[in-house]
Design a protein around this ligand. Sequence first.
Ligand code: SF4
Length: 790
Amino acid sequence: MLHPDDTDLLATPLDQLMAAASRVRDSRTGTRITYSPKVFIPLTFLCNDTCDYCTFAQPPARVAEPYLSPEQVRAIARAGARAGCHEALFTLGERPELRYQIARDWLADHGHTSTVDYLAAMCRMVVEETGLLPHANGGALTLDELGQLRRVSVSQGMMIESIRNDLACHRNAPDKDPARRFATLEAAGELQIPFTTGLLVGIGDERQDRLDGLRAIAASHERHGHVQEVIIQNFLPKLLTGMRNAAACPPDEFLWTIAAARLVLPPSIHLQAPPNLSDDFGVLLDAGIDDWGGVSPVTADHVNPERPWPDLDLLRDVTEERGFTLAPRLTAYPEFLDDTLAGPERWVDPALRFAVLDRSDAEALARDDPGSQFPEKVHGTTETADGADVVIVGDRSTQWYSGWNADPPTLVPATSGPIRGAVAEVLAGFEAGSDLGIDEMVTLFEARGREVAAVAEAADRLRQETVGDRVTWVHNRNINYTNVCTFKCKFCGFAKGKISLNVRGTPYLLTIEDIQQRVREAWELGATEVTLQGGIHPSFDGNYYVDVCHAVKDAVPEMHVHAFTALEVHEGARRLDEPLESYLLRLQDAGLRSLPGTAAEILDEGPRSILCPDKITTEEWLEVHETAHRIGLRSNVTIMAGSIERPIHWARHIERTRVVQRRTGGFTEFVPLPFVHMASPIYLQRSARRGPTFRETLLLHAVGRLAYRGLIDNIQASWVKIGVPGVRQLLQAGVNDLGGTLMDENISRAAGALHGQKMTEESFGSLVAPLGRTLARRTTLYDVAPEPVG
Ligand code: SF4
């Protein structure tokens, strides 16, 4: 059927068509090209159909068993998870039980009513045991079958192949009837399944047929919004098939179809072409694709076994040569998964929600730290005085996580080549003097590949201009005076209260004498600061905090008192029914000099209302700090990143604190605090991610450096959460401060962090030495520290 625009598409020279398609792609996805690291699970090679181009389907005589056994499926999936895959792609013939007795017998012997029933069982097993996200390619299915798979498979797929119902290659393939396949696509839409479909080019149809097929796909998508991607695949003749002597799809025909698809389909549908079916696959980018599809480091392309997947490094090189960045994605695209803060899930069954979260980064793309990821199976707790207490059994992940002692990937220094696109434009504007707005910060938080190194380099230059090469640290001691808390922050593994899963030892409350003893010990060891913070004990009134300040100063008059989160201050004033300013003045008179920026978490009511609904609000946190600054106290800005929030929330957090800083100048430093997931209640309750990836961690510090230009000079890295190798990279991405020695740091440890409780001047020195930077001890307020007395 001729559409008004078809004449143009059919008449436009290929190079112009490709250029127009590329422009559409660029406006939708910018420089980002995605791929899905997957393992291919060929559940059965038997098939009800015989397509003339297919080498996948085999007769029973050619297969050892009609179906892969659960043990074989498990072994393939585990190998995939170990190799860093995120997706388990189940590929199989269509309803072999209709054609083969042996298939019917095998299913009956194994307690399954159909191939789809067995497929559903294997999807469930794989996601539960390995955490890989299933993508089921079950063929032309009914609404009920699609619904059964929806409960265990994050996304599903089925190629339309062609809208023509008279193709010779399909004469023995009843399931390739376009009417049946479009009915499946429509049913998937009704069930709100993120769905993959596509065309096979070169099997006998014409350009006009493909345009008609694409428009029919687009129409279904317009009704339901469910088509996440369209694959344009080129036919290649294979030995031992009916089409072995047919001509391969001509490259120009393939490129024309890709470009036409980009122009016909709504921009919200991603466009994919497989990289292993073209010798020069970089040209597919020029035709308008934004996704390479599934690429497996462990299994062959079982549909095209003679065409191995390109090595991932080659895929990256080809992608970057054309000015793009490569990002791993999950089996469903972010726009179908971005429901963290919204309820009830529209696109993914609630039973799969945590499996998706567990592999997601802050953009709902796949976590991109190298290494394996397995579900964490917590097997009780151990009773220790300190340290991580959850006991994890089974396959162990090898990826980097905040608080975990695996080394991070090396992101800086990196060979940074030229970059283009939005990140390049934001950095150019910044160098020319424009400050980063919220949108610009989000763009930089989403940097990938070479863009990450470019952001880090800009931050490193600004660090050098602002504070030079000195790397500072403060000799301090953390005193967490109680772990009893009446609040119910869902991320907090430290507090003992109803919401806490009690993964730590028994509740405690230090006496005033205990605190004084610790202060004296700290002074004797050379500390110039004590950091006091703890839970909100039900027995405290606001005078407790005043008494603590007096007690510290009585014990060691010279000690800097860095104490009390905005929550403690707010709660203290509230319990005394005293105005904030007058209460802060009394704390100041008692010796308080600065406030830690903790209890900020995320200064945005969306994620905040989930993470800590009964805690002070964003506005209250800001009010406490602004009031403190007004009376001469100093404080810092922290941000907790990597649980449920998105880059937009990080950007808003920075912007809100910048507004206060412009008025007061009272913030001394910015301290990103990566969420440590291991023993955090919200993670154990299967409702959070595994903290930020290392790329996100690095960008939080680098973008923070850039965003606070002229406002906050010091960017601090938390060695407790990030570890020494990670911090060394952050020092090349805008960071100039290592924070404190933190004897007895219990709060990160309570969430499962393993990076120790104490650093020394020597250990800070060996951290900094390879960078050729100088180490300098500072006071809390960034003056040169006096000589230690201890
Ligand atoms: S984060 Fe602080 S306020 Fe929240 S539960 Fe933990 S100790 Fe209590």
